[in-house]
Design a binder for this molecule. Structure first.
Ligand SMILES: Nc1nc2c(ncn2[C@@H]2O[C@H](COP(=O)(O)OP(=O)(O)OP(=O)(O)O)[C@@H](O)[C@H]2O)c(=O)[nH]1
Ligand SMILES: [Zn+2]
Length: 198
């Protein structure tokens, strides 16, 4: 069971967020995080972004994916409109950074993101979003406008006690390095992405 271990207000370049750390015990140095923009009204459908960790994209500005830009764009949106970002420690769709780099090495040899995971004997996507539901319940969110292109996340919300109100698309323009990754997301995982951005 996840427990709120600590919380504090933190000013960022986008504005101030109440940052909360959730984990099962306080020895966990990689807790899931909730960032609540000020003026977030939990009585109305709440804008929510469920975001999976990507150290290469968010910290090191990798061009292979759009995670860093998605996170920045979500932080900006939540400051402007109110809302919550759940930052889940699910690096590499939960296979971890070591396996993700191994998968990238296979991608250099021509495999796509899914084939690379499978070749490593790992699932294409090993994430379970029930931690997000747990966090939303503990925060007191009743229903959400979910910021995502991933139908799997929508399904998780619909199958939970949290109400699903609407989807907020979060589409970043692709570059040469990320185009094939985005194409796989659309073709294999059924992500709701427009053609012109592939
Ligand atoms: N295994 C693996 N993981 C990747 C790869 N590229 C990005 N990721 C991870 O994918 C996760 C982000 O998931 P995405 O599938 O890009 O997007 P999503 O969160 O499912 O969907 P959106 O809500 O629309 O952003 C992060 O944890 C990244 O580290 C890759 O080539 N292989
Ligand atoms: Zn990424």
């Amino acid at each position: 069971m996840l427990k709120l271990q600590a919380e504090s207000n933190v000013p960022t370049q986008f504005g101030e967020f109440r940052m909360m750390a959730f984990s099962e015990d306080d020895k966990n140095w990689m807790p899931h995080m909730a960032l609540i923009a000020k003026d977030t009204d939990l009585e109305k459908p709440t804008n929510v972004r469920i975001h999976s960790e990507c150290i290469t994209g968010e910290v090191f500005h990798s061009k292979k994916c759009e995670c860093g830009e998605q996170l920045d764009s979500a932080m900006k949106y939540m400051q402007e409109n109110g809302g919550i970002i759940l930052y889940l420690r699910q690096e590499g769709r939960n296979i971890g950074i070591i396996n993700k780099l191994k998968a990238y090495a296979l991608q250099e040899k021509g495999l796509d993101t899914v084939q690379a995971n499978l070749q490593l004997g790992l699932p294409a996507d090993d994430r379970d979003f029930s931690v997000a539901i747990d966090m939303l319940e503990q925060i007191g969110v009743k229903s959400v406008n979910l910021m995502t292109n991933n139908p799997e996340k929508i399904k998780f919300i619909k199958d939970s006690n949290i109400g699903y109100n609407s989807r907020i698309p979060l589409q970043i323009k692709s570059n040469e390095a990320s185009a094939s990754y985005l194409k796989t997301k659309r073709d294999y995982f059924g992500h709701l992405l427009d053609d012109e951005n592939q």
